[in-house]
Ligand binder design. Structure first.
Ligand SMILES: *[C@@H]1O[C@H](CO)[C@@H](O)[C@H](O)[C@H]1NC(C)=O
Length: 367
């Protein structure tokens, strides 16, 4: 998905004038759902998130002729579940990722291109680390970038990775093995290699031809088999950017499933990640919306369920320079959760999470 710029069209001055003019006519503000309340531990509901995820179908399907597996309208039988009984607004923008004419898409990268990406990433990390020192913290740097509205979205991830790297003794390398969920180009993999990881596993529905010895690719099917076989080594670090919001919509040949996004998050917490592992994840945030079959946008109805199996991963500590209390970067306002905006406007804060440790998992699959 190309980065779409979402910037305030009004200058601060104009906004101020409008607020002054209409302040008395505004309805009382709705109670605000805050990030802090979203991330508060939820009551335990289920313990079998891993078994549920393993048992679900993961084999991609690209038969677009006889039995369309990526239907161009939401199947009526699933509409209620997809829309959470109407709580999630639905609209339509059909996308099929199928550049191989019925066999999905193939994305490739050479060893040299991965090395080049990692070198560029290192240089970028050094610049961002210096900028964070000048700003006072990684969070302050992320906030200043978000405020401009025109930042490189990749920088938010880089800043998140640098904050995690700084927050853990031994840095990111101590969290190995690491995985990337959803990948069309190995740029996130290269970021991890640049931060000291020797190897990265990529999990993706599409066919990947990454010819780098440091990258292993798995399909969700293969990962599920490994977990079932007992051959999966839980990841200490997983990254997923703008990926889980697509799960279950058929866009990548993935099987239709209204709860696929919640199921993968719950399974990550339950068995894909190590108990003290870290998940760095972004999804579109705003008023709740499902754009068939493009993506979901998460608001007050669905975001709490998505985040429920996790806790913030960054602990504030005076001993750790530049890492403050916040485990979300680029979260510019709680008001975003209910703001009505076109689905094309992209706002994707980056969450830094750890599984609810030793606690029974909560996934609200009945919604
Ligand atoms: C990542 O963490 C390691 C271990 O603490 C540290 O040596 C390294 O400088 C960090 N990298 C960056 C780019 O901050």
């Amino acid at each position: 998905m190309p980065p779409l710029v979402d910037s305030a069209a009004l200058s601060g001055l104009a906004l101020f004038a409008i607020v002054l003019t209409f302040a008395s006519a505004l309805p009382p503000p709705a109670p605000t759902l805050t990030f802090a309340s979203l991330i508060a531990p939820a009551p335990p509901l289920r313990h079998d998130a891993c078994a549920v995820w393993i048992a679900a179908p993961h084999t991609p399907c690209f038969d677009l002729t006889d039995t369309p597996c990526a239907p161009d309208t939401m199947p009526p039988a699933l509409t209620d579940a997809f829309s959470m009984g109407g709580a999630v607004d639905t609209s339509h923008s059909m996308v099929i990722d199928d550049t191989m004419g019925g066999k999905g898409s193939r994305y490739g990268a050479s060893e040299e291109s991965v090395t080049a990406l990692a070198l560029a990433a290192s240089a970028r990390h050094a610049r961002l680390a210096a900028a964070a020192a000048a700003a006072g913290s990684y969070h302050a740097l992320a906030a200043s970038l978000s405020a401009t509205g025109f930042h490189d979205r990749k920088d938010l991830l880089r800043i998140a990775l640098l904050a995690v790297n700084a927050s853990r003794p031994g840095g990111l390398a101590a969290l190995a093995p690491a995985a990337v969920f959803g990948s069309m180009s190995p740029w996130i993999e290269a970021e991890l290699l640049a931060l000291g990881l020797d190897a990265v596993t990529t999990v993706e529905y599409n066919t990947l031809n990454y010819r780098a010895t440091s990258i292993t690719t798995l399909t969700p099917d293969q990962l599920a088999t490994n977990i079932a076989d007992g051959t999966h080594t839980p990841f200490g670090l997983a990254i997923s950017l703008s990926s889980f919001d697509h799960d279950g919509l058929g866009r990548y040949g993935d099987p239709l499933s209204p709860s696929a996004d919640l199921d993968i998050m719950a399974a990550l917490a339950d068995c894909i990640l190590a108990p003290h592992g870290v998940l760095v994840v972004s999804v579109p945030v705003g008023s709740d919306q499902l754009v068939w079959n493009m993506h979901r946008r998460y608001g007050p109805a669905r975001l709490p369920s998505l985040l429920a199996p996790f806790l913030p991963a960054l602990d504030p500590s005076p001993l750790i320079p530049l890492v403050d209390a916040s485990s979300v970067l680029g979260w510019d306002s709680d008001a975003r959760l209910s703001q009505d905006r076109p689905f094309t406007s992209s706002y994707e804060p980056v969450f830094i999470l750890s599984p609810l440790d030793q606690a029974p998992l909560h996934t609200d699959r009945e919604l």
